[in-house]
Write a protein that binds this ligand. Sequence first.
Ligand SMILES: [Fe+2]
Ligand SMILES: [Fe+2]
Length: 389
Amino acid sequence: MQPEIHHSSNNDARETESAQTTRSLSAPNQLARRSFLRNLGLGAALLVPGAALLSGSSKALAGNGRQRLNAGDVAILQLLAAAELIEADLWQQYKELGGVDAPDSGYKAGLVILDGDQPQYISDNTDDELSHAAFLNAYLTSKGEQPIDLHQFATLPPSQVSFVPQTGRLTNLKQLTIDTSWWTRYRSTTNPDFGATFPNAVPSLDIGLHTAIPRTDNELGDPNHPSNRVKATAFTAGFHFGYIEQGGTSLYATLAQKVTSLEVLRILLSIGGSEIMHFQTWQDKAGNATPLTAFDPINNSTVTFIDLTTGQPETLQANLIMPEPCEFIGPGLPACSIIRPTGPGQLDATGVINSFIADGLFIGQPPQFLHLITSLASAADAAEREGGD
Ligand SMILES: [Fe+2]
Ligand SMILES: [Fe+2]
């Protein structure tokens, strides 16, 4: 049974206040964020259209035997909604250039080198992220809480490729610095929750800036004879896919430990499982990158891919995609095959957002955006499970 937790002791007063700021802001950390958002003038911007009209329907749901969420669960769901909107935005860009409906190009041919079904997987991963974001926001709304809308920050320039809609985007995929240590982490017997660190599988991706999408029609390449430059962009995307989804994998498992409501726990375990399936798919595909070195004159950077399929140590070998058993919980226990990290201070909300910032996903975003998402992350990480140990 879930503990009965009241969001606020003054529901009547809350009903009379503007709906936009009254639903999720009772905990100290959320009060801080509320003030912060007001200072930035972002309180209203966070609302999806029509949210102000949701008082009645949410009340009906809440009054229909449905318990309100505590502040920690709300903060976790709001951070996850933001993360899913970010994921959806970047996946949409990949889908436009490499999904099943994207015109043939050298870039798409490069993706197909990784797997013949790569365009299908890209389209489906995109749909999954859209569903995650929509579900989390709808669930928040159904509980009378404030959903997340980042539309006002979708201002970054898209790829200039002619068939890409010239609409502003939330994320940058043209100047990435990609941490590929997740590859060696999952092939190691050590665990970052115990302080272990891991080398990059593709060291050059973690140095300088790299594009993961064609920036112009000239960079689409020949579908029948993609150049090394075009293939390098596709392989960069291939490793970026794994990078993104390993983050989601750890994020959900880490935050699940802070959830109070069993229903919210069910949501985190279920969506988190989807992230794990994404991650596993992408790490199986990235290892099919063929050896090449290519120079990007715009970012002034070089990337080198080696053949990870043969002649590599176990920490790099491409087909070792099952999580290598590693240390877990305590030193007296046997090694266990798990997702990792899942401990505090690793890929928790702040850790994932900081990692996304380091990845370059938000290059071009104003400080207000960074303040907003780091604030959401801090609130989520501050959540504490109630009614348990
Ligand atoms: Fe997702
Ligand atoms: Fe995902």
